[in-house]
Write a protein that binds this ligand. Structure first.
Ligand SMILES: *Cc1c(COP(=O)(O)O)cnc(C)c1O
Length: 398
């Protein structure tokens, strides 16, 4: 990760197809296209690769989450359960619809703790949204059981784990809806972009119309189309889709490279007895985008993080002190700093953030370090890196 490390002829060729005919929009202009439909082709490729009946490409992963929620009818005042450790996109996408994000503790999988999820359910809960962080997954069978028992919708955010599988099924294809991001730093990138994945024909139709102003996409005169319901514009462009189309063809290649690099580093770190790797739920196989581990306590983890930086090992994150991914630093959310007035439901619904503490999440995130696995490293570079990491981490125990 990220896919841009290995941009090459395939990306160039797909992009040139678009520039040659000049149609940068995904809909219409049939005569000008010379048969090139990059967004449509990428949707088809995603459907095949990720084993869903419908993939709806959109402008970003954040948009994909909002669209997935909207497609399932989730909106004003509804509660959506999400993890404390994720990207800010998760609560942004929920709040966009006037719904209320309910933050719930994680466990040693670095994703939602099913027991904590169960305790957080109220009569207002509509959906559970696990976020498959850092290349691995939530315990989806446990979450599915909770959803079934409580009549809730399961929405997977697999933005950081595209290419990982759960009992051999691709992440994103298991819940009622799945979301992925194709932004610049993801395993396959389109520059910007995202997708909503589903096997539910109603949600598929909703996502298709909602992401393009409610257009019904019937016939080939866009101006004459009708609008069964309101929508917005979350379209992807043909330029972005072209790059994504080249990259999806390389997903298996990327996962294989990551697995090779991950394995070398993991084997080296296994020598450190006080280091414990993150738990991958039974039946899961990671995308190997990150190698995540726990050290004995917060102080040691902070020191190890500093020692890794000092040693020149980049791309290792101690998320406890990071403002993008963990509740601790989301002051703008806790203070409800918005440009516009929020509804009373959202203000009241988020008041719990003033007092609620997340000790279990602090326990895991405080001790966690996650290291990015790159695609462009040579084997010699990976080996040197592994040695440097062992040295840096063991130095803090002395
Ligand atoms: C990247 C990411 C997103 C959002 O994707 P964008 O395409 O950047 O909007 C959502 N969730 C997670 C976990 C992410 O890592």
């Amino acid at each position: 990760m990220p896919g841009f490390e290995l941009f090459g002829d395939l990306e160039r060729q797909e992009l040139n197809d678009v520039l040659d005919n000049g149609v940068l929009m995904r809909y219409g202009f049939d005569a000008m296209r010379n048969g090139h439909w990059k967004a449509k082709s990428l949707e088809k490729a995603l459907e095949e690769k990720l084993q869903v009946s419908h993939a709806q490409l959109v402008s970003s992963g954040t948009a994909a989450v909002s669209i997935a929620l909207a497609a399932a009818g989730i909106g004003a005042g509804d509660e959506v359960i999400m993890p404390t450790f994720t990207f800010v996109a998760s609560f942004e996408a929920i709040m966009m619809l006037g719904a209320v994000p309910i933050l719930v503790d994680i466990d040693d999988t670095l994703t939602l703790n099913p027991e904590a999820v169960e305790k957080a359910i109220t009569p207002k809960t509509k959906a559970i949204m696990p976020v498959h962080m850092c290349g691995s997954m939530a315990n989806l069978n446990a979450l599915k059981r909770i959803c079934d028992a409580n009549d809730l919708i399961l929405i997977e955010d697999s933005s950081q784990a595209t290419g990982a599988t759960y009992y051999r099924k691709p992440l994103g294809s298991i819940g009622d809806l799945g979301c992925l991001s194709l932004d610049f730093v993801k395993i396959i990138t389109a520059g910007e972009g995202g997708a909503v994945l589903t096997n539910n024909p109603k949600y598929a139709l909703h996502a298709d119309h909602f992401s393009d102003h409610g257009h019904d996409h019937i016939g080939n005169d866009r101006g004459a189309e009708s609008h069964p319901f309101l929508g917005y514009n979350f379209r992807i462009s043909e330029l972005h889709a072209a790059v994504g189309l080249a990259q999806i063809k390389r997903l298996d290649e990327f996962v294989a490279i990551q697995k090779k690099n991950y394995t070398i580093i993991r084997e080296a770190l296994s020598q450190i007895s006080d280091l414990k790797f993150r738990t991958v739920p039974e039946g899961g196989e990671e995308s190997y985008s990150f190698l995540s581990f726990f050290l004995p306590d917060l102080e040691i983890s902070r020191k190890a993080s500093a020692a890794l930086k000092e040693a020149g090992v980049d791309g290792c994150f101690h998320y406890y002190d990071n403002s993008w991914h963990y509740i601790r630093e989301w002051q703008h959310l806790k203070d409800l700093k918005t440009l516009y007035p929020l509804s009373k439901e959202v203000i009241d619904g988020l008041s719990y953030l003033q007092t609620k503490t997340f000790e279990a999440s602090d326990h895991y995130i405080g001790r966690n370090i996650s290291c990015l696995i790159k695609l462009s490293w040579t084997e010699a570079e990976v080996k040197t890196r592994a040695e440097l990491m062992v040295k840096a981490i063991t130095s803090v125990f002395k």
